[in-house]
Design a protein around this ligand. Sequence first.
Ligand code: BG6
Length: 433
Amino acid sequence: MSTDQPTILVIFGISGDLAGRYLLPAISAISKAKMLPKKFHIVGVTRNLDKAYLKKHLDKKTEMLEMDLGKASEYEKLKKIILSARKKFKSELDPQILFYLSVPPNASEKIVEMLGKSGLSKIKNAKLLLEKPFGSDLSSAEHLVRHIEEYFAEEQIYRIDHYLAKEAAQNIIVFRNGNSLFKKTWNSNFIESIDILASEKIGIEGRAKFYEQTGALRDYVQSHLLQLAALILMDLPDQCGMDAVPALRLKALKGLKIACGDGGSKCVKRGQYAGYRSDAGNPKSTVETFVSIQLKSSDPKWKGVPITVATGKAMAERFTEIRIRYKKTKEQEANELIFRLQPNPGIEFSVFAKKPGYERELSEHTLHFNFNEHYTKLPEAYEQVLWSAINSDHSLFTGSAEVLESWRIVDIIQRAWKGKSADLTIYKKGSKI
Ligand code: BG6
């Protein structure tokens, strides 16, 4: 059920790449599906009003505000706009205000502070939506968490990891819970290994500045891949339902360790695609575009199960999948369950059957379920993100403790890499993950 609470969505950075590519199309898709609150108003904030851009991307109803984001008086203007929109709603229900920060990470700290100092963060039903990355290491993430906490309470904050909102990622918990065959075998007695792989065909696509400051480890592993690992390893929610999910993911993240403790090259491999340095405009760059990490879990349920997470850019194919390999025994073959997140989201399961003929031979076959064969349109991740935030559902968002926990793991690797790059291998574009 969606809420009918009147809603004002304030998008900081409305003329940016993310808003144009994902947010605005997501809003129009939710609107077409008639799932937006009836009283819904968008305020777009930008540093430079580009009329041509606006004409192309925005409908006339969006109210625009050009703002100097560091100036207190500008937030007074924003407050006036919000108050007048609230009045126009003429509703008995108190409206909610969503502040969506679709801005570079170095800009969000200031905006949060100004929203706090202007009193906007304390307006009734105010929410804050934040894009990753949350910091660049454990200590900067801790600083960011404390800074934001000065102005917004945790329940007002929605930290976005769009991977959690992908339909096939949401399906992981539901599938595990709904199928007793897998529910009962989801542990080290039956499972041999877990591989979480994200292979991208694209390179850095003009994002040189961003990528030079992040690299695959911070861009992908700290957020998307560790969150997927948490969805696989976590205990299932009981009758408390989906509200309990962030806490369960957190518990799973707490149990995750790098398999060889110190983050050394035995367990962590890094690489850079040939040509990256010229794409990045830095002939000496040692930034990794590929990383693969061996992990383990201290949860007794996962004792001895190797967990690999790996991602790379400029690879041969584009796919994200999670491979759960079952144990082979004397009597049984090793089945494999694959969650495919993209492309063609779905599930595959390999089974063994008798090969027709006089002998008793086995052959391997695949059972598959593909979302696109059964459903005409899957909601995009950003549609789910916006809809969930509008409806106050935190289950698809990462809590501050989860963010810090994943930095704990990544920090060990960053420390091991500091000042060294001898283990960085250069790989050809089009390599396999
Ligand atoms: C983003 C990363 O979070 O996710 C990008 O910053 C990456 O580097 C992108 O390309 C991948 O998202 P998707 O949904 O296209 O797999």
